[in-house]
Structures are given as C-alpha cells and as structure tokens.
Design a protein around this ligand. Structure first.
Ligand SMILES: [Zn+2]
Ligand SMILES: [Zn+2]
Ligand SMILES: [Zn+2]
Length: 687
C-alpha cells in the first residue's frame, strides 16, 4: 500500500520514475499547469499592488479531484515537477489547488531521471523555493500586462485579433531592423586575382591568391587596377619567398546549453527550436529502451550552464579511454568554472548514461530522437577530449613587386574531432604539401574575377537564438516559444531557413517601436531579465519588478491610444469590381498583408491579391506598370505587370529616377539610389 504520493507533470516522466521508487510510492501526473491567470480578463488587480487572480485551468477540475483523492490516502506528498522556475511554480500552484498546506509536502528536483538522482532527491527533499516561484510570477505578470494592454492598441489601430508580447516584440524588431539594413545595403565591387602555378619538379598544380606588395596588403577595387597589375606581371617569374609551418590547436567544444543545442540542431539537423525542445523533452522524461526499460536519456534540457558533474566527468573519461585510447582523454576538469549571469546550479545538457552510445540504442528511438541524442552524446563525449592539432603551412610567393599567398592545413592529431565535427572541412590543396624552399614554379594562368560584397545575412532560427542570448534577451525556456509565436502570428515568415518580416509584421513593429521605445527594446528587456534573476536569488522583491515597470509603460499605452492615426486599414474601397457579384472590392489586412476582398462577405466570398502599382514608375524594359508583389511566404518584391513576358524584378522599392549609365530603374537604398540592373549596379546619392 503506497504511503507516498509523487506528482510530476507528464505520464512519461511518471513511468520513468516509478521503477526507481518501489511500491511505497504512487506516481501521478498533473498534465502540466493546473492554475493560471484567467484568459478572459487581465487577472491582475493593479490597484491592489498587482495582486494576481489565479484560477483553475478549464478542464483540469476532474484531474484535480482525482489528485485530491490520492492526496487523502497519502502520508507524504512529493512535488517533482521540472527543476526550473516554471517547474517550481507548477508545484506551488499544485500546493494551493490540492490544499497541501497542512500535509507533509516536499519539493524534490532532479537534473536527470536516473535511479541515483531520483533517490538522492528524496533524501534532499525541501520546501518550495518561493524565490524561484516569484521570479516566474513576475515574468508571467509582466508578459500578461504587456500583452493585455498593448494588444488592444493594435486592434484599434491595425486589425482585430492581433497580439503583441514583450519578448516577441523585441524579436520582431531584430528581424525588421535586419531587413532594413539589407534594403539599405549597397554592394561594393571588389576583385580577386589568382595565379595558377605548377611545381616544375613534380608537375603538381596549385593556386595562390593575390595578397599585395611585399610590404603591404592591397585591396583590389576595380578592373583597371587588376589589369594594370596583370600588365606589370607579364614576363615576371614566380618564386617561393617563404614557407612557414606552424602548429595550431583547434579548441575542444563545450557541452550543450539550450541555446547552443538549438543552434546546432538547426544547422545540422534542420530542426526548428520548438522541435528540438519537444524531442529533447522526450529524451529527458524517459524512453522505453530494449532490455533496459523506460529510462531518461539526457539531463534537463533548459539550462545555460556548461558545467558537468564530477561523476559524469569521471564516467566519460573512462569511456573515452576505453573506446578511443588514453591520448584522447582530457582529464582537465577546470573548464567547469561558473559562467557570469548563469541562473542556477544546472548542468550542461548531456547523456545520463554515457555508455549508452547512440548506435547501441538506435533501435529503440524514433529517427528524430536518434538524431538529437546522437548530437548531444557526441558533443558531450568530445567536450572531454583533447584539442585537435593541425599543421598550417603558409607559403609566400613573389612575382615582380607583388606577393601571392597560399596555405595548407594538415591534421596532425584529430582529438575531439574524432567524435564531433563543427563544420565539414574541405581538403583539396594536397599538392601544396609537395612545395619546399627549392621548388621551381611555372605560371600556368592568371584568373581574375569581379565580386560584390554581400549584405548582412537574414537571421536564421539558429543565429536569432544566438543573438537573443548574446543580448541577454530571454532565457533558455523562452527562445523557442518566442520564435514560434512571432511566426504563428504572421509577423515573421521563413524562406529557405531565413526569417523576414511580413508586411503585417512591419506595420506592427513600426507602431511598437515608435510608441513603446524604452520599454520594448533590447537594452530594457535585458535589464528586466537581470531583475528576474535578482528575484530568483532573493535580492529583489518580485512585485518591485512590476512596480518599476508599470507606470512608465501605462503612460506610453495612453499616448499611443491617443496619438496613433488609424493606419489606413479600415476596409478601404477600391474601383475594382467583384467579378462574382458586382460590388466594389475593399482592401483588407490579412495574415501576410493586404489583399482584396468582396464586402459582400459572407454571401460572396471572393478574395484575391491586390494589384498595387508603384506610382510614377514605368518598367524600363517594356514600359509597363511596376507592381507590388509578394512571394508565397509573404515577402515583398516588385515586378513588371507583363511578367512572365517581361522579367523585370527587384527586391527594393523602384523610384522614378533612371540610371544615367544604362537607363534602368534606380531603386531605393536608404540614403542612396542603386541601379536595378545587376550588370551595372551604378550608385548615386539621393538629392
Ligand atoms: Zn463579390
Ligand atoms: Zn516590363
Ligand atoms: Zn545602370
């Protein structure tokens, strides 16, 4: 007969824990949160010092009744939700909903679901940590206040049903800012000049790159400069000036944090951040492994620490020695020092049982589980291996007054790369290895090529997570949901892994950044996160976070409500006649921007894309109108009305100015105008 009740969030976790605790423990799942702020209203009594009004989440009544029955039968209750602020808050809500105040109730946490960790947690059972709960309450209430006060402004001014969030708005702003940078970017011309050379003795061929003169590096800016150099080089012989060989260490990678796991899973497995977290949660909670039963395969997945416990360190060193040999093991455990600003005593994300190699348990995992476990396992094992050692051979070659260079990297010792490769490295310059001080060279061919500098890349999920972390915006638990939210709301779209704002996203961002500057920006949001960290360690009272934030924010909401002109999105009538019913069609704002709809809705459901033309601009190729168009994913571009017969197309806003060199349309590049003709790329200042 069970005397002890353990409550966790999920049935999978319950199943994994069950076998460690024996018949005296009954395990039940709360199925996530049981109590929260109400959906239908703000749920915060602002007049009464931000007192939250929590209610039982709809549909959880029956479950709570069942849990209450179990509580009655038990002598002790253990709350074993996930080991972070949110988990602590779920336990605290359970305490209230189940009226556990008078019961012997304990909070237990484990960083991994293994027999030792679970048993230890019972030994170290404690009370609920109100600092952790309060940090979570402060975040929840902040987000609620911002969402519920800022969203109605959007409804009035843009479109019903839109919503704005605290961290999501920053994320949207980062993406919009990058898009503006890209729009304003003006490519600059540069040239490359390569010499294809033959080693006379061996007939091997290799390529050396133009460096400059013997004294300094020279940038190749234009064709004339390159042609002049080629002229000077005519008849000059190429000679080896110097060969240097240097040993270079390639530093071992650190084990995964939430942020680096999301970045690598995006790059290597093409997983979204949300998917990575979903699969990692499965690996953490427990998976049925053949001959082993249900076991938790990895440590807790929400962490910003790269620390590894002594026991795990010793185990992996043993594993490395056994499988790869003594020379690969890096016993140095000093990299374990605590990172500045890290939330808690969490560990890095690592396998719980290093001897369970990915290939050994492949048969028990789904394809995605295998891929992610493989990544985590390899990263962890390699993090305790020696650095790789490369020999870099760099060669300087002189011809006339000029210098060319080439280099070859040869691996001397693979070290951690045996288990984990960061990027695929290409090796093709084998013939350079045959070069020595006395080699004679023969010029085969000179290769010159024109290039243009590239605009900064759009964010990918991976680089966005990295940027959020670097700026101190958000925490391990928030990166994935934040990105998912801006996409679900139709503010941001993804094309070939690149994130860009939709027209709707631009409008929302424009409004938020002009009216909520100073409360919804990167610096301020980072300082809020810092305050939440202070609440967690008991250095700040949680309501102070709200008391500090609210007055200024409320002022901005008022100003925004009063000042913002309704952005012309009330159904503007057009002279386009609905071909189905004869009414004049209107412009509506949809998920991905404006479109034409019949006002007869719901009788007539006709809708179609807007044919919006760029006023005063005429296609230089055929004289047609230039139209605003959108890709399937909602990215804006401009094209000729006679497409596909006419192929004029540009990503930048066309202007009525024509290129003084080739007569093509000039497009808007912020402070400058650029020719839309890729072969011309003429740039002039805006007058
Ligand atoms: Zn109609
Ligand atoms: Zn045209
Ligand atoms: Zn031009």
């Amino acid at each position: 007969m069970a005397k002890n009740l353990v409550i966790v969030e999920s049935p999978a976790k319950a199943k994994t824990i069950k076998k460690f605790l024996g018949p005296n423990y009954k395990i039940e799942a709360s199925m996530g949160h049981v109590r929260d702020l109400p959906k239908s209203q703000l749920g915060i009594d602002i007049e009464n010092d931000f007192e939250p009004k929590y209610i039982t989440i709809r549909g959880k009544g029956e479950l709570l009744a069942k849990l209450r029955k179990e509580v009655k039968k038990a002598t002790k209750v253990y709350l074993a939700t996930d080991p972070d602020r949110e988990g602590e808050a779920i336990s605290w809500h359970l305490l209230h909903s189940l009226k556990l105040e008078d019961k012997s109730t304990y909070r237990i946490t484990f960083n991994e679901i293994t027999k030792n960790a679970v048993k230890d947690s019972i030994k170290n059972a404690r009370e609920i940590d109100m600092n952790l709960v309060d940090a979570q309450q402060a975040r929840r209430l902040l987000d609620r206040v911002v969402g519920y006060k800022m969203s109605p402004v959007l409804w009035k001014k843009v479109r019903k049903g839109l919503s704005a969030g605290r961290v999501q708005s920053i994320t949207l702003k980062l993406i919009c800012d990058r898009e503006h940078e890209i729009n304003d970017f003006i490519p600059e011309e540069y040239w490359s000049l390569d010499a294809k050379l033959e080693i006379k003795e061996t007939k091997d061929i290799f390529t050396a790159k133009f460096y400059g003169t013997q004294d300094e590096k020279v940038e190749l800016k234009n064709e004339k400069q390159v042609k002049d150099i080629l002229e000077e080089l005519k008849g000059k012989s190429f000679k080896i000036a110097q060969i240097l060989e240097k040993e270079r260490k390639k530093k071992t990678v650190l084990p995964f944090t939430t942020s680096t796991l999301q970045q690598e899973a995006s790059k290597k497995l093409n997983f979204t951040a949300i998917k990575t977290m979903r699969i990692a949660q499965q690996l953490y909670e427990g998976i049925e492994i053949k001959d082993e039963g249900t076991i938790g395969l990895i440590t807790y997945l929400r962490t910003d620490s790269t620390r590894i416990s002594d026991e795990a360190h010793n185990n992996v060193i043993e594993y490395i020695i056994e499988h790869y040999g003594e020379t690969y093991a890096n016993r140095d455990h000093s990299q374990n020092k605590k990172k500045e600003g890290v939330q808690d005593a969490h560990e890095a994300i690592r396998p719980s049982y290093v001897h369970l190699s990915p290939d050994e348990i492949k048969g028990s995992l789904s394809r995605d589980q295998y891929k992610l476990y493989n990544l985590i396992w390899r990263r962890f094992v390699s993090s305790r291996m020696m650095p790789a050692i490369n020999i870099v051979k760099s060669v300087k070659i002189d011809a006339g007054n000029y210098r060319f260079t080439t280099a070859l990297t040869t691996q001397l010792f693979d070290g951690f790369l045996k288990v984990y490769k960061e990027d695929e490295e290409k090796e093709d310059k084998q013939s350079i290895s045959k070069l020595n001080d006395t080699s004679k060279l023969k010029k085969m061919e000179m290769l010159d090529e024109q290039h243009f500098t590239q605009h900064p890349p759009r964010y990918t999920e991976a680089s966005l997570v990295k940027t959020l972390e670097e700026n101190g915006v958000g925490r391990p638990s928030t990166y994935a949901p934040t990105i998912a939210t801006v996409m679900a709301r139709g503010y941001v779209s993804k094309e070939n892994k690149q994130l860009f704002p939709t027209e709707l996203g631009e409008i929302v961002n424009e409004m938020i950044s002009s009216y909520f500057d100073g409360v919804i920006d990167v610096t301020f949001t980072a300082s809020m996160e810092k305050q939440l960290d202070d609440v967690e360690i008991g250095a700040m009272e949680w309501k102070d976070v709200l008391r500090n934030f609210f007055p200024n924010f409320e002022k901005k909401v008022k100003i925004a409500e009063e000042e913002i002109e309704k952005i012309e999105l009330k159904d503007e009538e057009t002279d386009i006649i609905c071909e189905k019913c004869g009414r004049n069609m209107v412009i509506k704002m949809g998920r991905y921007g404006k479109f034409l709809a019949c006002p007869g809705f719901p009788d007539c459901r006709n809708a179609k894309p807007i044919l919006e033309k760029v006023e005063g601009v005429e296609c230089h190729k055929c004289g047609g109108e230039v139209l605003v168009k959108k890709t399937k994913k909602g990215r804006r571009y401009y094209g000729c009305e006679h497409n596909p017969e006419c192929d004029f197309m540009t990503w930048n806003l066309p202007t009525s100015v024509k290129c003084d060199k080739c007569n093509a349309i000039m497009v808007d590049k912020g402070k400058k105008l650029m020719c839309s003709n890729d072969e011309c790329k003429n740039v002039v200042s805006k007058e």
